[in-house]
Design a protein around this ligand. Structure first.
Ligand code: CP
Length: 304
């Protein structure tokens, strides 16, 4: 049985196959409408979500399956003190596959050890968010027609942004990828990502706190929200939350075919005046999320 806890659980070939299937689903949705008939997805969300939970649920429904689950820990027996391991063992008797989000780093990994059915990590604390990464990869593949030879600007909260950590880990496996890491000093990328992922794979990267400094080089600009829920101190959050606000004037030197991505939700970091720019891909990106999750459900349930 296979789980998806970390993007590294998938080989590049498996990712390429998922992207191929997702594109096929987009083109021929009817072919897939009964693939998961009589199958159930459990969405166990111990932390808030809009896109991840609803796109998983929509994905399973469009595959002809059903969905059970909860959207907050307080409406489950976690509120009575039940452990994650016990919850997972029980839900394994009710569903065929689980998508789980948890505020504690490593919780989905612990769950996978006890589980009798496949577990998908739908985000664990500030650690990983592999299905957002698959969404990002499908978006890049569709919008740029390639996953190699790209200069990617990552901007905002690079310290707590789990989507950034997973995306870097995935992209270093493709050829000629360069990063521009744009963040305030306090929200720089963690050392373990620099040492174990960037340096180990001999990836070229620049760190800066100026969003405009390298704008003309970028093929992709991946904006992120300052992760309020991961701060220990409200004062620091208030000081940093509006550090970057991408607007039309900041894009003056950007390439005509730049793709602007954001995992969403957005707070202030992209001005709404950018939404109509043809380079703004973030709402399309949220839609791509449903198709790649459909492909992933099929893969983990071993449905051809
Ligand atoms: N991108 C993302 O994970 O969004 P949600 O928190 O709404 O699921």
């Amino acid at each position: 049985m296979k789980h998806l806890i970390d993007i590294k659980d998938l080989t590049v070939e498996e990712i390429d196959e998922l992207i191929k299937v997702a594109k096929d689903i987009m083109q021929f949705p009817d072919k897939y409408s009964e693939k998961c008939k009589h199958k159930k997805l459990a969405t166990l969300f111990f932390e808030p979500s809009t896109r991840t939970r609803l796109s998983f649920e929509s994905a399973m429904m469009e595959l002809g399956g059903n969905v059970i689950g909860f959207s907050e820990a307080s409406s489950s027996s976690t509120a009575k003190g039940e452990s994650v391991s016990d919850t997972i063992r029980v839900v394994g008797g009710y569903a065929d596959i689980i998508a789980m989000r948890h505020p504690k780093e490593g919780a989905p990994l612990v769950a996978s050890i006890k589980s009798t059915i496949p577990i998908i990590n739908a985000g664990d604390g500030g650690h990983n968010h592999p299905t957002q990464t698959l969404t990002d990869l499908l978006t890049i593949a569709c919008e740029k027609n390639r996953l190699d030879n790209l200069t990617i600007g990552l901007c905002g909260d690079l310290k707590f942004g789990r989507t950034v950590h997973s995306l870097i880990t995935a992209m270093v496996r493709y050829k000629n990828i360069k990063f521009v890491l744009i963040s305030p000093e306090e929200l720089k990328i963690p050392d373990y990502i620099k040492e174990e992922v960037l340096d180990k794979n001999r990836i070229e990267y620049i760190e800066t706190n100026d969003i405009e400094e390298h704008m003309e080089k970028l093929d992709i600009l991946y904006m992120t929200r300052v992760q309020k829920e991961r701060f220990f101190n409200e004062e620091d959050y208030v000081r940093l939350k509006d550090y970057y606000i991408l607007n039309k004037s900041k894009l003056e030197k950007a390439k005509a075919d730049l793709a602007i991505l954001h995992p969403l939700p957005r707070v202030n970091e992209i001005s709404t005046e950018v939404d109509d720019d043809p380079r703004a891909c973030y709402f399309k990106q949220a839609r791509y999320g449903k198709y790649i999750r459909m492909a992933l459900i099929l893969k983990l349930l071993e449905i051809k």
